[in-house]
Design a protein around this ligand. Sequence first.
Ligand code: UDP
Length: 328
Amino acid sequence: MSERFLITGGAGFIGSHLCELLISQGKQVVAIDDLSTGRAANIQHLLPLPSFQFVRETILNAQVLDRLASQADTIVHLAAAVGVKLIVEDPVHTINTNILGTEAVLTTANRYACKVLIASTSEVYGKSTRAPFSEEDDCLIGPTTHSRWAYAVSKQVDEFLGLAYQRQFDLPVVVMRFFNTVGPRQTGRYGMVVPRFVRQALSGAALTVYGDGSQSRCFADVADVIAAVASLAERPAAVGQVFNIGSTEEITIRGLAERIIALTGSRSPIEYVPYDKAYAPGFEDMHRRVPALQKIVALTGYQPRCTLDETLQRVIAYEKERLAASGD
Ligand code: UDP
């Protein structure tokens, strides 16, 4: 019988791409999503497939989660509150969703000995300036008075909990730290910079660069990221370990804005917005964020294949299509 996957947050940006990949590899896939940030449109095309099932429900529904876990071999836990804007605006929801959701997934998985891959984030490294970040590095988290750090800490608790289940109950758990994943279907609603800039450029609006734009990120294509997830799911040696997943192609946010303006042929200007105005007073951004990838490369041979320009071209094509379909 083919392997059965349960994807929490399966109608989200990364989740929907992962469902597609696993189905193409011959797996049985169930996606659970409450559509709070995920979208039915992301998985609509998968619904007719016999190897795919969608359940619209929160992972906090213990009865439903129990039934789905009892029928799964592997759970990829992607359901979470993500996006810096969402986190700053709704910290209670972020903390509750991330911690209670992961706790629910782990207790349920433990009943059926499912393998669990937990999505974490590069945010856990906090404001450490020692880039590139390695999995064993210290994390430097800001004060509790700044909501931004609630996301990093909630994900750290998820990581601790997952690794504790592995050590104490021998549950096969793998932790994945994603670094700025981008691609078609990502929404800009919760602050993510690439879809925001692309939409601004296509509509002729100013590209809103926060701060002076000298901060940098490494954007990884979702296709590369999901390939890494699928590959980690297959490797027993990944169990009990933490892995960075991302790209090492670094670009400043100002450089990104210029690149997107050039690739879209837009006449949009760049507008510099102070952090206080963009988020909240006292907001702290990370200046640089680069992953060390030696660990995942050594285990899986992972090599990001897509260049940033290719990824941006695909996001631009997707957003153009979306605009055309909505008649905007
Ligand atoms: N950013 C920006 N303009 C926007 C949205 C984000 O300049 O409209 C910046 C943000 O301050 C950060 C970077 O882009 O320095 C990446 O932001 P994103 O929310 O995509 O991911 P983060 O790395 O903050 O998790």
